[in-house]
Design a protein around this ligand. Structure first.
Ligand SMILES: Nc1ncnc2c1ncn2[C@@H]1O[C@H](COP(=O)(O)OP(=O)(O)OP(=O)(O)O)[C@@H](O)[C@H]1O
Ligand SMILES: [Mg+2]
Length: 771
C-alpha cells in the first residue's frame, strides 16, 4: 500500500543467498522491515520459481500444532483429514517453489521442525522466513536486516540525499502533508529525527505522521525531550528495541483516550477485522469510545491516520489490519489495565454467534457470501476457539463445543477437515457433562470423520451422539445422528439397513418441521442410490427431484452439486449413460467458483465408469484417462481411502479390468498417466466440458465438448420458467408465444447446455441466476 524505499543491496544479497541456500532467515528487531523486504525479494524472484512464491502469514497463529494445517490451507491443498504434514510433503514433492514464512518468532521450534521436514522431502522447495529470532537449523542462512542508513550528525545537506531513512521519512511526511518536501531548511531536522529513531522504518513512520499537527521543528524538539527522558532511567532493552518501544509509547500517548481504548480493543482481533466486527462489540465499544453513530469509524480513521491501523479492500469492503508489533503493544496495554480476559472473551462470544448464524443460513442464497466471510474471518474464529479452550470455566468448555460444531460445514467445504477434527477433539476431551452441545459436537465430528474416511470413529461418534441426544430429548440431533449411522452402512454397502435408517431419519426431520435441514438432504441423496439398487428406478428419480427442489428453493449450489453426483450414480446403475454423464458434468460445473473435493472426486471416478460402459472409438482410452484424473483428485485431497470402501471399490476394479481387457495394459497405463498428470483446474474444466484433455484429439467429444453456454435473452427467460417447473404449454401461455416456439427454445437450451433433462436446466438456472 505504501511506497517502498530502496534496499536494493539487501534484495540483491538475499536473492543471491537464496540461489544457493534452501533456507534463509531474515532476522532483526521488530519493525526493522523484515516482512517488507521479504515481499520485495519474493516479488523479484517470483518468475524464477515455476511453482510460484507462497506467502504464509504466521503472525497471528498462536498454536504450533496448527502450523502444517495453515500451510496446507494457504497452498490451496484442501485438507480432508488425515495427516496435514503428509499432504504437504506429497504436494510439494515435485514442485519448485518458494515458501515465505512470515513472522516465525513465536513459533521458532515448530517452524524449524516443519522446515526441516519439508526441505528433506521436497528437493526443489526453498524457504524464506522472517523472524525476530533465528530458527537454529543446520543449513539455515541467517541474514541480519539492518535499519535504514541514517546520515552522520552534522553532515552537509547534500549528503543526506541518499539516506534512505530520510527518504522514507519524506515519503510518509508528504503522505500526510502533501506540500512537504525536503529543503535546505528542514533537512538537518529530518536527519536528526531519523538518527534519533535509529533508522527503524516503523519508528520513522509513526513519527512522520505527527507532521499533521506539528511543524518539523516542533517534532524534533519533542522527540528530543522524549528520548532524553527515556534514556535516563531505562531498563535493559537492546538499543533498537528501546528506540522502537519509545516511538510506539509516544504514539500511544499522543492518541486520544478513545483511540487508546480502541487500540487495545482491536488488538484482540487476529488477522484483521472489518467495521461490522468492531461495531458488533457494542458494549466494549461504548465503554471505550462512547455512543454515537459515526464514533466508531471516526476513531478507526484516527488510528489509520496515525499509522497504527492499515486498511485495504477485501470483497468490496474495508478490512483493517495492524502490524504485529503494534498489536502486541495493544494487548500489553489491555493486559496491564486488567481488561484482556474480558475483551478476549467478548470477541470469542461474538464469533460464536456469527458461526451459529452462519450455520443457520449457509444452506441458502447467501451461501458463497457466507463461505467467503468465514474464510476471511478464519484467524478470528481460531482465536475464539483458542480463547474458549484456554478458559478454565465450564461455560467456556460448552462454548468451545458449540463453536467447533457450528462450523462443521466450514471445516468441510473450505477444506479444513483435519483442523476441524482437532478442535472438535479438543473440545470433546475437555468439556464436561452430558450436554446438547456435546451431542451436537459428536454429530459434527462424525461428519468430519466420514470425510476423513475414519469409519470406526464415525460409528463410535454417531451412536454416542444418538444415545446422548435421546437421553436429553434433543430430537433434531437424534435425527442427524441417525443419518451418520446410515452413512457408515452405506459405505459398507448394507442397503437394506441404510434404507430403514434413512426412512426413519427423514420422518423425524419432517415431524420436526425441518424437511430441508442439510442432513435431510444428505439423507435424500443417499437414498437416491439405495432405491436404484433395490430396483426402484422411478422412486430414485423421484427422491432426486425432491432433493434438487430443496436446494433450489434454498438457493444453494454446493448441495446441489452433491445431489447431481448421486443422480449420476443412479442413472449409471440403471444403464442411462447419457443422463449419467450430463449429471456429472453439471455437478462439476457448479463447482467452478468453489471446489467440493468429495463431489469432484466421485464425479470424475463415475464419469470413468460411465465412459467405460460405452462402446465407440476412443471411449476406453478416455475412460482410462478419466480413471487417472480421478486418481489424481482422490489423492490430491487425501480421499483415496474412500475409494477402497465397498461403495466404490468393486466398481472401480471392474472398470479398470474391463478397460485393460479391451485395450491392453500398455494403452491403459499410458492413458491413465495422462489423466493423472492433469492438474485440478484442468480436470474441472475438462469434465465440465469446457476444454479437451491433453494429447487426445477427439477425446473431448465424449466428455461433452460443448462450449460454455451463452443463452439468448429469450432462451434465458424460458430457462427461468423451466426452472420454476412450468410445462412448455404453460410457458407458452406465460410468454404469449406459440407452443412450437417454446418447444424449439427448450430444445436449443438443452443442446447449448449439453443437458438431457429439465431438472438440469433448473439446477443450472439456480446456479447462474445470480450473475
Ligand atoms: N524499505 C522500506 N520502505 C518503506 N517502508 C518500509 C520499508 N521497510 C519497512 N517499512 C515499513 O515499516 C513498517 C515495519 O516493517 P515490517 O513490518 O516489514 O517490519 P518487520 O521487521 O517485519 O517487523 P516485525 O518484527 O514486527 O514483524 C511497515 O509499515 C513497513 O511498511
Ligand atoms: Mg514482520
Amino acid at each position: 500500500v505504501t511506497s517502498f524505499v530502496n534496499r536494493r543491496d539487501e534484495i540483491a544479497q538475499i536473492s543471491r543467498l537464496l540461489s544457493g541456500a534452501r533456507l534463509v532467515t531474515l532476522t532483526g528487531v521488530a519493525g526493522v522491515g523484515k516482512t517488507r523486504l521479504a515481499m520485495q525479494v519474493a516479488a523479484r524472484l517470483g518468475r524464477t520459481f515455476p511453482g510460484g512464491v507462497w506467502l504464509v502469514e504466521l503472525a497471528f497463529l498462536r498454536d504450533g500444532d496448527l502450523l502444517a494445517h495453515t500451510l496446507v490451507y494457504t497452498l490451496g491443498i484442501h485438507d480432508t483429514g488425515g495427516d496435514p504434514l503428509a499432504s504437504l510433503t506429497e504436494f510439494l514433492r515435485e514442485r519448485h517453489l518458494l515458501l515465505v514464512l512470515d513472522n516465525c518468532e513465536h513459533l521458532t521450534q515448530p517452524c524449524a521442525t516443519l522446515a526441516l521436514a519439508l526441505l528433506r522431502a521436497a528437493g526443489q522447495v526453498r524457504i524464506l522466513t522472517t523472524s525476530r529470532e533465528v530458527l537454529r537449523l543446520a543449513g539455515e542462512h541467517v541474514y541480519q536486516v539492518p535499519p535504514l542508513p541514517t546520515a552522520e550528525q552534522d553532515s552537509p545537506p547534500a549528503a543526506t540525499a541518499g539516506h534512505h531513512a530520510v527518504e522514507l521519512f519524506a515519503h510518509r511526511a508528504s503522505a500526510v502533508v502533501p506540500t512537504f518536501t525536503l529543503t535546505a531548511e528542514n533537512h538537518a531536522e529530518v536527519a536528526e529525527v531519523c538518527r534519533r529513531l535509529e533508522g527503524i522504518p516503523l519508528a520513522i513512520e509513526l513519527a512522520a505522521v505527527r507532521l499533521r499537527v506539528l511543524s518539523m521543528a516542533q517534532l524534533r524538539t519533542r522527540l528530543d525531550d522524549r528520548f532524553h527522558l527515556l534514556r535516563s532511567g531505562q531498563r535493559s532493552r537492546v538499543p533498537h528495541q528501546r528506540t522502537l518501544r519509545a516511538a510506539v509509547d509516544w504514539s500511544f500517548d499522543l492518541c486520544t483516550p478513545k483511540e487508546r481504548a480502541m487500540w487495545g480493543l482491536v488488538s484482540v482481533f487476529a488477522g484483521g477485522f472489518d467495521l461490522a466486527a468492531v461495531e458488533a462489540a457494542v458494549e466494549e465499544v461504548h465503554a471505550a469510545v462512547g455512543t454515537g453513530g459515526s464514533a466508531v469509524v471516526d476513531v478507526l480513521d484516527g488510528l489509520v491516520g496515525k499509522s497504527i491501523l492499515t486498511t485495504e479492500q477485501r470483497d468490496g469492503r474495508a478490512w483493517y489490519g495492524m502490524l504485529e508489533t503494534l498489536r502486541e503493544y495493544g494487548r500489553e496495554r489491555l493486559r496491564e489495565a486488567g481488561d484482556e480476559p474480558r475483551v478476549r472473551r467478548g470477541h470469542a462470544e461474538r464469533y460464536l454467534r456469527l458461526a451459529e448464524q452462519a450455520e443457520r443460513e449457509w444452506f441458502g442464497p447467501g451461501q458463497i457470501g457466507w463461505f467467503r466471510r468465514l474464510d476471511r474471518e478464519h484467524a478470528n474464529l481460531r482465536a475464539a476457539l483458542e480463547c474458549f479452550h484456554a478458559a478454565p470455566d465450564s461455560e467456556a468448555g460448552q462454548d468451545a463445543l458449540r463453536l467447533a460444531a457450528a462450523l462443521w460445514f466450514h471445516w468441510v467445504f473450505s477444506g479444513r477437515v483435519a483442523e476441524g477434527r482437532l478442535w472438535l477433539g479438543r473440545a470433546l476431551a475437555s468439556a464436561a457433562g452430558p450436554t446438547r452441545a456435546r451431542a451436537r459436537a459428536m454429530v459434527a465430528h462424525a461428519f468430519l470423520a466420514g470425510v476423513d474416511g475414519d469409519l470406526e470413529a464415525v460409528t463410535r461418534l454417531a451412536s454416542g451422539a444418538r444415545d446422548l441426544a435421546e437421553r436429553l430429548g434433543d430430537q433434531l440431533t437424534v435425527a442427524q445422528a441417525i443419518t451418520r449411522q446410515a452413512a457408515i452402512l452405506n459405505f459398507r454397502g448394507d442397503t437394506a439397513a441404510v434404507q430403514a435408517l434413512l426412512t426413519e431419519a427423514l420422518a423425524r426431520f419432517a415431524a420436526l418441521g425441518e424437511p430441508d435441514n442439510p442432513y435431510a438432504v444428505f439423507s435424500l441423496n443417499m437414498l437416491i442410490g439405495v432405491r436404484v439398487q433395490e430396483g426402484d428406478r422411478a422412486g430414485s428419480a423421484d427422491i432426486g427431484r425432491q432433493s434438487v427442489a430443496i436446494s433450489q428453493a434454498r438457493g444453494d449450489t454446493t448441495m446441489l452439486s452433491s445431489t447431481l453426483i448421486h443422480l449420476a450414480r443412479a442413472a449409471w446403475l440403471a444403464g442411462e449413460l447419457p443422463e449419467a454423464a450430463a449429471h456429472v458434468r453439471e455437478a462439476v460445473r457448479l463447482q467452478r467458483s468453489m471446489i467440493a473435493p468429495t463431489s469432484l472426486a466421485r464425479g470424475v471416478e463415475q464419469l470413468a465408469w460411465i465412459t467405460a460402459a460405452r462402446d465407440g472409438p476412443g471411449e476406453q482410452e478416455l475412460a482410462a484417462l478419466l480413471l487417472g484424473a480421478a486418481d489424481r483428485v482422490w489423492r490430491r485431497f487425501g480421499l483415496i481411502k474412500l475409494l477402497h470402501t465397498p461403495y466404490y471399490g468393486p466398481h472401480h476394479r471392474e472398470c479398470e479390468a474391463a478397460i485393460r481387457a479391451a485395450i491392453g495394459d500398455e494403452a491403459f497405463e499410458a492413458a491413465f498417466q495422462r489423466g493423472a498428470g492433469m492438474d485440478i483446474e484442468e480436470i474441472v474444466s475438462f469434465v465440465a466440458g469446457e476444454s479437451s484433455a491433453p494429447g487426445g484429439a477427439g477425446l473431448a467429444v465424449v466428455a461433452g465438448g460443448n462450449q460454455p453456454a451463452v443463452l439468448s435473452h429469450r432462451e434465458r427467460q424460458v430457462a427461468e420458467l423451466v426452472a420454476e417447473g412450468l410445462s412448455n404449454k404453460q410457458i407458452a401461455a406465460r410468454l404469449v408465444i406459440s407452443r412450437r416456439t417454446v418447444d424449439s427454445h427448450v430444445e436449443k437450451i438443452l443442446t447449448k447446455l449439453g443437458f438431457t433433462s429439465r431438472v438440469q436446466v433448473a439446477a443450472w438456472f439456480a446456479a447462474n441466476s445470480g450473475d
